[in-house]
Design a protein around this ligand. Structure first.
Ligand code: SF4
Length: 130
Protein backbone atom coordinates (compact mmCIF):
# COMPACT_ATOMS: atom_id res chain seq x y z
CA UNK A 1 0.00 0.00 0.00
CA UNK A 2 1.21 3.50 -0.64
CA UNK A 3 0.60 6.67 1.28
CA UNK A 4 1.40 8.76 -1.78
CA UNK A 5 3.98 10.87 0.07
CA UNK A 6 7.09 9.12 -1.19
CA UNK A 7 9.26 10.34 -4.03
CA UNK A 8 9.36 6.78 -5.39
CA UNK A 9 5.69 6.91 -6.24
CA UNK A 10 5.98 5.62 -9.81
CA UNK A 11 7.74 2.45 -8.66
CA UNK A 12 5.38 2.04 -5.72
CA UNK A 13 2.35 2.57 -7.94
CA UNK A 14 3.54 -0.38 -10.01
CA UNK A 15 3.47 -2.89 -7.19
CA UNK A 16 0.52 -1.41 -5.33
CA UNK A 17 -1.59 -1.92 -8.44
CA UNK A 18 -1.13 -5.66 -7.86
CA UNK A 19 -1.86 -5.45 -4.13
CA UNK A 20 -4.42 -7.97 -2.96
CA UNK A 21 -5.74 -5.32 -0.56
CA UNK A 22 -6.33 -2.82 -3.36
CA UNK A 23 -9.82 -1.36 -2.87
CA UNK A 24 -10.08 -3.38 0.36
CA UNK A 25 -8.02 -1.10 2.56
CA UNK A 26 -10.86 -0.93 5.06
CA UNK A 27 -10.16 -4.60 5.88
CA UNK A 28 -6.51 -3.94 6.68
CA UNK A 29 -7.00 -1.51 9.56
CA UNK A 30 -8.76 -1.69 12.93
CA UNK A 31 -12.23 -0.20 13.13
CA UNK A 32 -11.67 1.04 16.70
CA UNK A 33 -8.78 1.61 19.05
CA UNK A 34 -7.37 -1.76 20.22
CA UNK A 35 -9.62 -3.68 17.81
CA UNK A 36 -7.89 -6.93 16.82
CA UNK A 37 -10.81 -8.66 15.10
CA UNK A 38 -9.67 -7.57 11.64
CA UNK A 39 -6.21 -9.16 11.88
CA UNK A 40 -6.94 -12.74 10.75
CA UNK A 41 -8.87 -11.59 7.66
CA UNK A 42 -6.16 -9.03 6.83
CA UNK A 43 -3.48 -11.71 7.14
CA UNK A 44 -5.47 -14.03 4.87
CA UNK A 45 -5.56 -11.26 2.24
CA UNK A 46 -1.78 -10.77 2.60
CA UNK A 47 -1.04 -14.51 2.30
CA UNK A 48 -2.65 -14.45 -1.14
CA UNK A 49 -0.84 -11.28 -2.24
CA UNK A 50 1.72 -11.49 -5.03
CA UNK A 51 3.52 -8.30 -3.96
CA UNK A 52 3.99 -9.20 -0.31
CA UNK A 53 7.80 -8.95 -0.55
CA UNK A 54 7.61 -5.45 -2.06
CA UNK A 55 5.05 -4.46 0.57
CA UNK A 56 7.29 -5.70 3.38
CA UNK A 57 10.27 -3.75 2.03
CA UNK A 58 8.12 -0.64 1.85
CA UNK A 59 6.61 -1.13 5.31
CA UNK A 60 10.06 -1.65 6.84
CA UNK A 61 11.08 1.81 5.60
CA UNK A 62 8.64 3.46 8.04
CA UNK A 63 9.07 3.83 11.79
CA UNK A 64 7.05 0.87 13.11
CA UNK A 65 5.71 2.91 16.02
CA UNK A 66 3.83 5.06 13.50
CA UNK A 67 2.44 2.11 11.56
CA UNK A 68 -1.19 1.13 11.79
CA UNK A 69 -3.02 -1.96 10.58
CA UNK A 70 -1.56 -4.99 8.81
CA UNK A 71 1.25 -4.65 6.26
CA UNK A 72 2.67 -7.71 4.48
CA UNK A 73 0.80 -9.84 7.00
CA UNK A 74 2.51 -8.22 9.99
CA UNK A 75 1.27 -6.05 12.83
CA UNK A 76 3.24 -2.90 13.73
CA UNK A 77 4.83 -4.79 16.64
CA UNK A 78 5.91 -7.58 14.31
CA UNK A 79 7.27 -5.02 11.84
CA UNK A 80 9.36 -3.52 14.64
CA UNK A 81 10.76 -6.99 15.45
CA UNK A 82 11.48 -7.57 11.76
CA UNK A 83 13.32 -4.24 11.52
CA UNK A 84 15.39 -5.16 14.56
CA UNK A 85 16.15 -8.67 13.28
CA UNK A 86 17.23 -7.29 9.88
CA UNK A 87 19.08 -4.32 11.36
CA UNK A 88 16.89 -1.99 9.33
CA UNK A 89 16.77 1.69 10.22
CA UNK A 90 13.59 3.25 8.82
CA UNK A 91 14.37 5.74 6.06
CA UNK A 92 11.05 7.58 6.31
CA UNK A 93 10.52 10.25 8.96
CA UNK A 94 8.26 9.71 11.92
CA UNK A 95 4.86 11.38 11.73
CA UNK A 96 6.09 13.88 14.35
CA UNK A 97 9.17 14.70 12.24
CA UNK A 98 7.04 15.01 9.11
CA UNK A 99 4.59 17.36 10.82
CA UNK A 100 7.42 19.41 12.34
CA UNK A 101 8.97 19.80 8.88
CA UNK A 102 5.62 20.87 7.44
CA UNK A 103 5.10 23.41 10.20
CA UNK A 104 8.62 24.81 9.68
CA UNK A 105 7.99 25.00 5.94
CA UNK A 106 4.72 26.88 6.33
CA UNK A 107 6.11 29.09 9.08
CA UNK A 108 8.99 30.24 6.85
CA UNK A 109 6.90 30.46 3.70
CA UNK A 110 5.46 33.88 2.75
CA UNK A 111 1.69 34.09 3.02
CA UNK A 112 0.07 33.06 -0.29
CA UNK A 113 -2.75 35.18 -1.72
CA UNK A 114 -5.29 32.39 -1.33
CA UNK A 115 -4.73 29.32 0.75
CA UNK A 116 -5.48 25.72 -0.11
CA UNK A 117 -7.58 23.66 2.26
CA UNK A 118 -4.53 21.85 3.64
CA UNK A 119 -2.83 25.18 4.30
CA UNK A 120 -5.91 26.38 6.19
CA UNK A 121 -5.91 23.19 8.27
CA UNK A 122 -2.20 23.59 9.02
CA UNK A 123 -2.77 27.24 9.97
CA UNK A 124 -5.53 26.21 12.36
CA UNK A 125 -3.28 23.52 13.87
CA UNK A 126 -0.46 26.03 14.25
CA UNK A 127 -2.77 28.47 16.05
CA UNK A 128 -3.80 25.71 18.45
CA UNK A 129 -0.14 24.86 19.13
CA UNK A 130 0.79 28.49 19.90
S1 SF4 B 1 1.00 -7.86 1.41
FE1 SF4 B 1 -0.94 -7.35 2.36
S2 SF4 B 1 -0.83 -5.18 2.93
FE2 SF4 B 1 0.83 -5.61 1.48
S3 SF4 B 1 0.02 -5.05 -0.52
FE3 SF4 B 1 -0.34 -7.24 -0.24
S4 SF4 B 1 -2.37 -7.42 0.65
FE4 SF4 B 1 -1.73 -5.28 0.88
Amino acid sequence: MSNGFSGDYEEEAHWTNKANCKDRGHLMFPKRHKDITYISEARRICRQCEVRAECLQYALSFPAADMHGIWAGLTPRQLAKEQKARGVTPSKPTIAEFMADMLRYYKDKPEPKSKTNIEKIIDDDRKELN
